[in-house]
Design a protein around this ligand. Sequence first.
Ligand SMILES: NC(=O)c1ccc[n+]([C@@H]2O[C@H](COP(=O)([O-])OP(=O)(O)OC[C@H]3O[C@@H](n4cnc5c(N)ncnc54)[C@H](OP(=O)(O)O)[C@@H]3O)[C@@H](O)[C@H]2O)c1
Length: 293
Amino acid sequence: MINLATSVFSNNKFIIFGGGFSGDYFAKSIRKLGCKALTSSRSEKNDPDSFIFDSENNSMPDSEVFKGVTHILSCIPPDKNGKDPVLKSFKNTIRDLPIKWIGYLSTTGVYGNTNGNWVSENDKPNPFQERSHRRLNCENEWINSKLPVQIFRLPGIYGPGRSSLEAIKSKRVKIIHKNNQIFSRIHVADITNAIIYLLKNQNKLDFHQIINIADDKPCSQLEVIKYAYKILGLQMPKPILFEEAKKDLSPIAQSFWIENRKVSNKLLCNQLGYKLIYKNYKLGLDNCLANIK
Ligand SMILES: NC(=O)c1ccc[n+]([C@@H]2O[C@H](COP(=O)([O-])OP(=O)(O)OC[C@H]3O[C@@H](n4cnc5c(N)ncnc54)[C@H](OP(=O)(O)O)[C@@H]3O)[C@@H](O)[C@H]2O)c1
């Protein structure tokens, strides 16, 4: 991890909208660098740096929360109409702030299905799922806002507390085989660390408005689950063929298996020089195992 406090973190104030898995990890990391970081959630938390925001029931924070805010990271998904909850509620408030940077966590779902081929930021989005259309709409809302926004497109996020290890332990794991089906993924620490890297080096690096954050090794979900069983020292049950398994999957779970793509990280890792902490799922899962409670 980066352990040098730099002025971008010590002299600024961040709001992280959506202090869920990725947002909370980011907030905790930048606080360690000396930064003031507030997180939102939909329910009351026993944390003085957390405030309530729920776009669905109009629970709005006090204006005090926005005082002196220079940076924002939004981790809240689109609403059911494809509108961005943060822009819908706070566009004018944000415009009045001395805002220097906004990060928006998006998904690689906006690329749609590529039948297993690579996708990069140069490819035109081609969303297939309804939720990916909503996501692309939010990306466009942020771009059209003319605020200084940077969009991070993410594949499946995992990390300590949310990985195949927990799925196996809680017996929620689905051991499914589908021929030639590839997924990309990213460890939560690399989302945070990549953003910290870009912010620390923003004066040296070319600005890119859209950046994929993915690891080096897209592969089948089965390969990951096999490894998770191995490091847990457990015997993996026989996989079920997707065609058989799908009748028992929820519509949302089925929809994940419709798309097949490999997400390129060349812009982030080759061009911009970010070095992944967890280059592949093995390193990432080893870390999750070390942190298992
Ligand atoms: N999970 C993945 O594999 C994945 C992959 C690619 C992209 N993404 C996207 O990347 C972002 C971060 O992912 P994540 O998995 O870290 O998210 P997460 O853990 O699900 O957290 C989402 C956050 O958004 C807040 N939120 C949701 N609806 C809201 C609303 N209507 N009003 C206000 N707050 C609301 C949640 O509040 P509470 O804390 O109260 O629940 C939570 O803090 C999300 O936009 C997600 O869709 C996720």
